[in-house]
Structure formats: structure tokens, C-alpha cells
Design a protein around this ligand. Structure first.
Ligand SMILES: Nc1ncnc2c1ncn2[C@@H]1O[C@H](COP(=O)(O)OP(=O)(O)O)[C@@H](O)[C@H]1O
Ligand SMILES: [Mg+2]
Length: 298
């Protein structure tokens, strides 16, 4: 079954609170940086680390990933933005353990990605929701929990997650009876129900119209705020990146820029999109995107 090949969810980290820093108005502690000092072994369990990661595909001149260095602290919302072909999906696939780098190292909270995936620490939200058409909304969300019954995780209550995403009235409907935005919310609920420590989201709102994507992004933000998984998010939308993220890196031709700090309050206040701070961050990211487009390559 297609769905069972994807990482679907995870247990919270062993011991203590499921996710650190749940109440901070903004994540405290270390920030992601494009050129990390590799964290001390004692801290490794609190970081996603890529160090010198290069990935080439045969007959493609420019590497899909070109010596990427990155460190993302646990519990933060990190976004990669960049043009098509920049290497964003390859980055997520490397993090998920679905693609092996040719050089460099990757650790998810101290573990290689394949091990993190095996232990269901990783959740995946694809661009198209890939729901099973003959199963109800609730049964689609329950499916990974049923397929991975022996996975060592403490799943969330699927009905609660669906209610938080505004789908409490649709539990018995079939996917064909939902709008595109609703279907994508079901896919998000399916990933969250597993309580993954890390959520990898590859343009999850790419197929939605602008109004719907704003609405779904807002619901995702509320759910993230409540659950605080570490999110690595890929988008084409500058506004979406600023609304959602703690930090945003621009990717171009396999290179990842130094992250831009999104120093806006959490939870994001209503109307944040109309503030000068928001517009300033958008301008900065657009300038970096222009550089990424102009980067020399093949
Ligand atoms: N399986 C593959 N085989 C060959 N080339 C690939 C494969 N996957 C990606 N690429 C190439 O790697 C580069 C980055 O692709 P990708 O990570 O999908 O970019 P993005 O998600 O930013 O659009 C592109 O040049 C793409 O053609
Ligand atoms: Mg892609």
C-alpha cells in the first residue's frame, strides 16, 4: 500500500515532556544556522543536523544538494523556499532517509534518518493528500496507527486532531465528499496523529487556492503551537514562509542560504500580514530569492 512506504509519524522523545519549550512566546535557545558548529554530542538529541551534505543525480550538472550545512533546533518551524529544481524536495527526502547523500552527514536528534524513520519519529505531508478514497476521513487518519500498530509511539486522538483542524463534522465523509482544502487538512491530521517528533512538509498547500491556503496555514499554525513538533516546511510562497516560520532559508541550485530570523511574536497575532515588520521580512526574502535565481550554475 503506497501510504505505508512513507514515514507517517512518531513517538515523542523518550522521557520528560513530549516537546520542549511548549509555552515560549518564541522558541528560546539555540537558533538554526547555515554554518553550524556541530553540536556537542550531549546536545545532539535536540538538533537536526546536516553537515556538508552533497547529493548528485546522474547526468545532472549541478548537484541537487551542494555541501549543505544546517542545524535546526528541536521544536522550531523551519522553512525552505526556492525556485523549482533548487533541491528542496531532495533535501526533505534526505532528511526522511529516502535518498542517500553522496557526501556529508545527517542526524535527526542524534540518529541517522533511516533509524529515525524506522522508529516512526518522522511524519510526512505530501503536496497531494493521497487519501484512500474508500475510507472515511476518520479511518484515513487512523490508518497509519493501524498499519504501524507495533510502532513505539503515543498516538494522538485522531478525532481531537481532526476537530482542531476544523474537520470535526466530517469524520464519516469520504474524501470525494471534501473540498481540496479539507482533503489537505486530513493529510495534515494523518501526520499529526502519530505525534511525530519531526514533520516534513513538501509544498503541502501547493495545490490550494490562495484563500484556502491561508486558512489551512492558519490551522496548521494553531496545531503546531499546541503540539510543537519540529517542522521542516517547503513552500513557494514568501508570505506563507513568514507567517509560519521561526527561520527561513532560501535555496538555489543546491545551495542553502544562511537562515533569516523571523522575529515576529508567537502566537502570530491576527493582522500580522499588514505590519511593517512582516513586509520588511518579505522584502528581505524576495531579495535573497532573486540572488538564488541569479546564482551561477549549469
Ligand atoms: N530522482 C532523480 N533523478 C534525477 N534527477 C533528479 C531526481 N530528483 C531530483 N533530480 C534533480 O535534482 C534537482 C533538484 O530537484 P528537486 O529536489 O526535486 O527540486 P525542488 O524540489 O526544489 O523543485 C533538479 O535538477 C532535478 O531535476
Ligand atoms: Mg520539489
Amino acid at each position: 500500500m503506497a501510504i505505508s512506504t512513507e514515514p507517517t509519524g512518531a513517538e515523542p522523545p523518550a522521557g520528560g515532556e513530549p516537546y520542549p519549550r511548549p509555552t515560549a512566546s518564541r522558541p528560546a535557545g539555540p537558533k538554526p544556522t547555515a554554518m553550524p558548529a556541530v553540536p556537542e554530542p550531549a546536545q545532539a538529541q535536540d538538533w537536526i543536523v546536516l553537515s556538508g551534505v552533497t547529493k548528485r543525480f546522474p547526468n545532472v550538472g549541478t548537484p541537487a544538494l551542494d555541501e549543505v550545512d544546517l542545524a535546526i533546533p528541536r521544536g522550531s518551524f523551519f522553512t525552505v523556499i526556492g525556485p523549482s529544481g533548487a533541491g528542496k524536495s531532495t533535501l526533505l527526502r534526505v532528511l526522511a532517509g529516502l535518498a542517500k547523500p553522496d557526501a556529508g552527514e545527517v542526524f535527526i536528534f542524534g540518529e541517522p534518518p533511516a533509524e529515525a524513520s524506522r522508529r516512526k519519529h518522522l511524519g510526512w505531508v505530501p503536496q497531494s493528500p493521497a487519501l484512500l478514497p474508500w475510507r472515511s476521513v476518520l479511518d484515513n487518519v487512523r490508518l497509519p496507527l493501524q498499519v504501524n500498530r507495533r510502532a513505539p509511539c503515543q498516538p494522538r486522538d485522531p478525532e481531537r486532531i481532526l476537530a482542531l483542524l476544523g474537520l470535526g463534522e466530517t469524520l464519516d465523509r469520504l474524501p470525494a465528499q471534501l473540498s481540496g482544502g479539507m482533503r489537505q487538512r486530513v493529510a495534515i491530521a494523518r501526520a499529526f496523529a502519530f505525534a511525530p517528533a519531526v514533520l516534513l512538509m513538501d509544498e503541502p498547500f501547493g495545490a490550494l487556492d490562495e484563500m484556502t491556503r491561508e486558512h489551512v496555514a492558519h490551522l496548521l499554525l494553531e496545531l503546531w503551537q499546541a503540539e510543537r513538533p519540529t517542522v521542516v516546511f517547503v513552500t513557494h510562497s514568501v508570505g506563507e514562509a513568514v507567517v509560519l516560520s521561526d527561520q527561513v532559508s532560501v535555496m538555489g541550485k543546491g545551495k542553502l542560504s544562511e537562515p533569516v530570523d523571523i522575529a515576529l511574536p508567537r502566537p502570530r497575532p491576527e493582522g500580522i500580514e499588514d505590519t511593517e515588520a512582516f513586509h520588511g521580512l518579505q522584502r528581505e526574502l524576495r531579495a535573497r530569492l532573486r540572488e538564488a535565481f541569479a546564482a551561477p550554475g549549469d
